[in-house]
Design a protein. Structure first.
Lengths: 353, 376, 292
């Protein structure tokens, strides 16, 4: 059991790394996901929100709204910057909302107001837990002070917490006049998002329009690309560790059972059959270790989120598949280790003391 | 006793080699994580420090170079240059753009410079010498296979790659350098704006002070005299960016490190447990001969410590090799696994883990029945 | 110091509890004088090893006291027991229990790490012991290259290196051929006679009777009077095999007569058709088939 736990530990390490990374990436698209617009309209040449800058003249919102299949258009202003709260800096998505329009605001409220007025901000509740700041306290964005009026749920991550302020305030900070960043477009019932996006691109000049799913994919891709090498490396190290551990365990088992192997050989069992048994054993260890790792990580995820609320974790099917594939490779590589030992066992030793 | 440990290890050389290898792999993994953080901090600091200037001016209320959008009014440059003690203020503009070729996207920061703040170290090609030229970071060149002379299209605007630079990436984001001569063309001709009013023309000023002037005093003066601006010594701003990186990545990497340490302890524990189980009989004999469980436990702890010490140089070498490979494959990551602080921390923690890992077999020894020696 | 080197009083050891309780040693009292060679004999499972483990300070008794050199060892803690074993007791095992990674000389010297003078002081003693036990030429050999007799002589040298007052030997000839076994017994005899070191020896080997000063007979965990004859041979009524009536553990009563069996299989067959086997059984008297 100790052996399986150690191999499971190596797998768990890889799964955990992937969960941290996927969790952060999930959070990057959380706003797009939850604001649930059918189509996103942005500046031409831009197809992302994360790490991107987009400007769309506000009159273009009217042009989009005039399209028949469009039910509603909600403009937002957006800035990726650093917010100061509780004497610490936080990477933030600052979303500027039109006053009095709740369409693009927070989707889950923990306390207070969902819609910020001038000089007001709605910040993630996790940020409030971490800093001890509450409603009525102040945060600073680009040197400007804002008073917290609401705490939103599911809007925190280390890479991009989402803070909502009034559009006029953000416009001031960004020194923009008459422009917005993105237009959230709700289609009329029965209208396909992709078709509507194409229509907007044709009708309104110098804008890009993407259906929600494509916009999410685009941001996910940027996020994943940024961490792919590191995750790949961690998977490699974790996998190598697992190979060495499994190999060691099997080698030790074989070494301990040298006498049994000698007896088996003396009884006429062939090397190949013994070896098949070992492969089976390695397979069992690997499968059990993988299952244990998956169990461990699924326990560790809520525990970590409870202990370290600023980190979002997500165990994806892809990660499980990837580590599962690594497990198969581990089991094949590890079963090579005791070959020499098996071949080297002398059946005559069965008769020795 | 030590000679017995030595001889036992010598006899079980295969097991010892594997144990040392596994511990070395764990150490390498921890050092890579530590080195990842250390490298990230160095890159964050260098983003500012490699730009030259005695004082760096940002937008009022902005206290970072990376990850914050700073927009200075055009007139700020004149206002700063008029101050006593200021020799020259070199403009610098930072633009965050996502480079996209055939659906492969990479966020980049375009640094627009004039007389200072350009690329520090060009490894291939030459500095910008003509119109519509660009110098890009090696990681960007590597990712898309660019060489000097190639054309890179950013937001529908074609640049000719003049050179490829090193030490010009931070926060997993490569930099690209263009001059102000091309900026307006870029704004006007590219897709990214139909009105340059929405785009920054000036983000920072790199201030050169008069000889003998105290940069700290000049920074104070800028803060007082130019309300639209904030001013920092480069080291100060670099520190703020490093702190930001620490605050952002610290908890994540910290968590990964804690998990790695826990698994490291588990693995070392398992190896020592297996070693002790394999020697249960001889340990029983030693107990019968009068060795106390404490002495035998100490021997196991010493053995774990010695194996960890043996694994340490191997782990360091392994991490250095891995870091070099990573940097060669993906130059955007700078991994510095042999920074003294991280190295000492890892060595101390690994030795502690070895002690911790050896506790499980020590318990096994304590629970051992010395009368087992009579069983054949 | 006068008085016995070893005194055990009302020694009892039980394993398990309730229905599964087994009394391995039952109220044993014994004295061993200085320089005496005492052999403890008895059938398999009679509690010999448990008794010698307790006497050798390796196992704590459930009740009773053991005094070695006047010190009640049942009151000592783990460290005290370890020190006692290191300084006053030597052990010789049936399976030798040499440390495989150490050479002959290092094995002999190993307990000296715990002696007062340390290894350095013990070196001349080790050389003398190796010489006396005819092992000097094998000084640097590893245990796996030794014969059984050589291994046991190394174990004897190791037991003697710290000049103990007491030696416990558990079946020291059990894994040896006849000649090596004889040699080992003579060495133990000489140790007791020449060095004044008491030897407590557990064995099935009949030859020990020739060298022992005293034989103790342990049966069902208790010391009993030893029968005049070493064996009581009877025949299994089912298979006709010769069985020692004193040590056999499978019996059946039929028409007032006691039958002894070699195995459970024979017992079961007898119980199925007792009359058939009882009639054909030849039950010689204990003395009729005396062993050699």
């Amino acid at each position: 059991m100790a052996s399986i736990s150690a191999v499971a530990g190596a797998f768990a390490l890889v799964l955990f790394f992937e969960a941290v990374f996927a969790g952060e990436s999930d959070q990057i698209v959380a706003y797009i996901e939850h604001s649930d617009a059918d189509v996103w309209v942005m500046q031409k040449g831009v197809s992302n929100m994360h790490m991107a800058t987009s400007f769309v003249w506000d009159w273009k919102a009217d042009r989009v709204e005039a399209i028949e299949a469009v039910n509603r258009v909600t403009p937002i202003l957006y800035l990726n910057t650093v917010m100061e709260a509780g004497a610490r800096n936080w990477f933030s998505f600052i979303v500027g909302l039109e006053e009095g329009d709740p369409r693009a605001g927070p989707w889950e409220m923990v306390a207070g107001e969902a819609h910020p007025g001038p000089g007001e901000a709605v910040v993630p509740s996790v940020l409030s837990d971490l800093t001890g700041l509450g409603i009525g306290d102040g945060v600073s964005i680009a040197g400007r002070d804002f008073s917290i009026v609401g705490l939103s749920g599911d809007t925190f991550s280390m890479a991009n917490s989402i803070t909502f302020i009034a559009m006029a305030d953000l416009s001031d900070i960004m020194s923009t006049i008459g422009s917005t960043s993105y237009l959230l477009v709700d289609a009329a019932p029965g209208v396909d998002g992709a078709a509507l996006a194409a229509r907007i691109r044709e009708t309104v000049e110098k804008v890009n329009a993407l259906p929600k799913a494509e916009f999410i994919d685009s941001d996910w891709e940027v996020a994943m690309q940024m961490g792919l090498e590191i995750i790949g490396l961690m998977t490699f190290i974790g996998g190598t560790l697992a190979i060495m551990l499994t190999g060691f365990i099997v080698y030790t088992h074989v070494a301990q059972r040298e006498r049994e192997l000698a007896v088996m050989k003396a009884l006429g069992v062939r090397d190949r059959a013994i070896y098949a048994g070992i492969m089976f054993q390695v397979g069992c260890i690997t499968v059990l270790a993988f299952l244990l790792a998956a169990g461990l990580v699924s326990l560790a995820v809520p525990l970590t989120e409870w202990l370290v609320p600023q980190i979002t974790l997500s165990v994806t099917a892809e990660a499980l598949l990837r580590v599962g594939a690594a497990a198969v490779a581990v089991s094949l590589a590890a079963s090579v280790m005791p070959v020499r030992k098996v071949v080297g066992v002398d059946p005559v030793s069965a008769f020795h003391e | 006793m030590l000679s017995l440990i030595y001889k036992q290890c010598y006899r079980e050389i295969g097991r010892v080699a594997l144990t040392v290898l596994v511990i070395a792999a764990i150490i390498a993994e921890m050092l890579i994580l530590e080195g990842f953080l250390a490298g990230m901090y160095v890159q964050l600091r260098n983003a500012v420090l490699n730009r030259s200037g005695d004082v760096v001016v940002t937008q009022a209320g902005i206290s970072n170079f990376i990850a914050a959008r700073s927009i200075l009014p055009q007139l700020t440059r004149l206002a700063v240059e008029e101050l006593e003690g200021v020799r020259e203020a070199h403009p610098l503009t930072a633009l965050s753009v996502i480079y996209d070729r055939d659906g492969r996207k990479t966020p980049i920061i375009i640094l627009v410079y004039d007389t200072a703040g350009g690329p520090l170290e060009i490894v291939t090609g030459s500095p910008i010498g003509g119109e519509r030229e660009i110098v890009i970071d090696r990681s960007l060149a590597k990712r898309y296979g660019f060489t000097p002379g190639d054309t890179i299209t950013i937001s529908d605007f074609d640049f000719r790659i003049a050179g490829i630079s090193e030490k010009s990436a931070a926060f997993f984001t490569p930099f690209a350098f263009v001059t102000y001569d091309d900026l307006i063309d870029f704004y006007l001709e590219s897709d990214i704006a139909d009105d340059i009013a929405t785009f920054p023309l000036l983000s920072f000023l790199l201030v050169e002070t008069e000889p003998g002037a105290d940069p700290a005093v000049i920074a104070d003066r800028i803060r007082q005299e130019v309300p639209a601006a904030n001013a920092f010594l480069p080291g100060e701003l670099a520190q703020r960016d490093e702190d930001l990186g620490r605050e952002l990545m610290g908890p994540i990497l910290g968590l990964l490190l804690v998990v790695s340490y826990a698994i490291g302890a588990l693995v070392i524990g398992m190896f020592m447990f297996a070693a002790v189980r394999g020697r249960q009989r001889s340990l029983g004999v030693m107990r019968a001969l009068g060795f106390t469980p404490r002495m035998l436990g100490m021997a196991v702890v010493i053995e774990a410590g010695v194996l960890t010490l043996l694994a340490l140089p191997l782990g360091i070498a392994l991490s250095q090799i891995l870091a070099t490979i990573i940097h060669a494959l993906a130059p955007v990551y700078l991994i510095l696994p042999t920074e003294p602080a991280g190295l000492v921390r890892t060595a101390v923690i690994c030795l502690a883990l070895a002690g911790l890992g050896a506790l499980a077999p020590v318990r096994l020894i304590a629970g051992m029945d010395p009368a087992m020696v009579f069983r054949s | 110091m006068s008085g016995p080197i070893l005194r055990a009083e009302h020694l009892t050891k039980t394993f398990g509890s309730g229905n599964t309780e087994v009394r391995a040693v039952d109220d044993v009292s014994l004295d061993v004088a200085r320089g005496e060679l005492v052999a403890i004999m008895g059938p398999s499972g009679s509690g010999k090893t448990t008794l010698v483990s307790m006497l050798g300070a390796l196992l704590r008794p459930s009740s009773g006291t053991i005094a070695i050199d006047g010190v009640d060892i049942t009151t000592l803690g783990e460290t005290g027991l370890s020190r006692l074993r290191a300084q006053k007791i030597g052990f010789i095992f049936q399976s030798f229990n040499l440390l495989e990674v150490l050479s002959v000389e290092d094995n002999v010297l190993f307990p000296a790490h715990l002696a007062l003078g340390g290894v350095k002081a013990a070196r001349p003693r080790a050389a003398a012991l190796l010489e006396r036990l005819n092992l000097t030429h094998r000084r640097v050999a590893l245990p796996r290259t030794l014969s059984g007799g050589e291994k046991q002589r190394v174990a004897i040298a190791r037991a003697l290196i710290n000049q103990p007052r007491l030696i416990f030997a558990d079946e020291p000839t059990g894994n040896l051929d006849s000649q090596s076994g004889q040699e080992v017994m003579m060495i133990l005899h000489d140790i007791a006679r020449d060095q004044g070191c008491s030897v407590v020896l557990v064995s099935h080997d009949q030859r020990i009777e020739d060298v022992a000063d005293r034989i103790l007979w342990l049966e069902d965990g208790a010391l009993r009077d030893r029968k005049a004859e070493p064996h009581s041979w009877v025949r299994d009524p089912v298979c006709g095999m010769r069985v020692d009536g004193w040590t056999a553990s499978l019996f059946a009563e039929h028409h007032g007569r006691r039958y002894v069996f070699c195995s459970r299989r024979c017992l079961e067959r007898f119980e199925a058709e007792p009359d058939r086997y009882a009639e054909s059984a030849v039950q010689p008297s204990p003395s009729a088939e005396r062993s050699e």
